[in-house]
Design a protein around this ligand. Structure first.
Ligand code: ZN
Length: 92
């Protein structure tokens, strides 16, 4: 996406851990909820309002599940907030 004078607009998609106890204010549009199959933690994939992309969210969900698997293999805790690869970055 280009806007005259500003060059490339950097948009960031993020996944945030869903906490059921507190309602979180998101400045992004909720696209999808991804659940870790190992521990059941749920993460919400959010897109900035100007780049809502269901197909991208689907690929990010697949990417995210891979990250979760790696976290468990390496015995790391999932981060509460994860920056997702954008459409112009490689997603396997
Ligand atoms: Zn997990």
């Amino acid at each position: 996406m280009f806007i005259a004078g500003t060059g490339v607009v950097r948009t960031t998609c993020t996944a945030k851990r869903v906490r059921h106890s507190t309602e979180q204010k998101l400045d992004v549009v909720l696209m999808m909820i991804v659940t870790c199959v190992d521990c059941g933690n749920q993460f919400a994939i959010g897109h900035p309002p100007e780049i809502q992309d269901a197909e991208l969210a689907r690929r990010q969900a697949t990417w995210l599940k891979d990250q979760f698997v790696w976290d468990h293999i390496q015995e790391q805790k999932h981060r509460a907030s994860i920056r997702l690869p954008a459409s112009n970055e490689s997603i396997k």
